[in-house]
Design a protein around this ligand. Structure first.
Ligand code: DX5
Ligand code: ZN
Length: 228
């Protein structure tokens, strides 16, 4: 299991990849310098879009040794947690908005031996996750409303990131931002306190020849050093 690394963590979201060649795409971003691979699971109920389930995660697992960062945008999540763990997820994030028994979901992920993530939408105040901080390894701050790639970063989420940074001070908790992240705005999220950065369009748009360069640009924008 991976713990916090010193530099920025870049987690390309395969939501923006070529779905007809997902194995190849995961391999390509892994070789191009991705730290984690972000897998967006949508159910057409919690969010207005549908993507893929545990069988796809399982099929992708042999294509990369990187951390599989699974973002569940499904309600309920509990019936599927074991299946995602068995499919090869390393980190599993569930949304605080998905139900009244979020502790149970977080405890289940912990019991499954995976990194425990709590996600929150841009309209949800940071205080909503305060009682859960001791249970998690990762806070996933949505910087767009979840459901689709290619949306614009919502600036008011910077305040949420800063509040969560203060809330998690002294703890080994990753703060990950997700939605509309680019090489140009990633520095704002980093300055507010994020250390892990999801990027879909900003990595995949333009095709595989540019993956390494675009990942390096996001890393540099986040304040990391770029190995050549
Ligand atoms: C949105 C997803 C994001 C999305 C990010 O619901 O959770 O991970 O893929 O894509 P971009 O970077 O294009 O906003
Ligand atoms: Zn996501």
């Amino acid at each position: 299991m991976t713990t916090r690394t010193a530099g920025p963590i870049i987690s390309p979201s395969i939501l923006a990849a070529d779905f007809a060649a997902l194995g190849q795409e995961v391999r390509a971003v892994s070789e191009a310098g991705a730290d984690w691979i972000h897998l967006d699971v949508m159910d057409g109920h919690f969010v207005p879009n549908i993507t893929f389930g545990p069988d796809v995660v399982k099929a992708l697992r042999p294509h990369s040794a990187k951390v599989f960062d699974v973002h569940l945008m499904i309600a309920p999540a509990d019936p599927y947690l074991a299946a995602f763990a068995e499919a090869g997820a390393d980190a599993i994030s569930v949304h605080v908005e998905t139900g009244p028994h979020i502790h149970r979901s977080l405890q289940t992920i912990r019991t499954l031996g995976k990194r425990v993530g709590i996600a929150l939408n841009p309209g949800t105040p940071a205080s909503a996750i305060e009682p859960l901080i001791d249970m998690v390894d990762l806070v996933l701050v949505m910087t767009v409303n979840p459901g689709f790639g290619g949306q614009s970063f919502i600036p008011s989420t910077l305040e949420t990131i800063a509040r969560i940074k203060a809330m998690t001070a002294g703890r080994a908790i990753d703060i990950e931002v997700d939605g509309g992240i680019t090489a140009e705005n990633v520095g704002l999220a980093a300055a507010a306190g994020a250390n892990a950065f999801v990027a879909g369009s900003a990595v995949f748009k333009g095709g595989p020849a540019g993956y390494a360069e675009r990942i390096a640009a996001i890393r540099a924008g986040a304040g990391g050093t770029v190995a050549c």
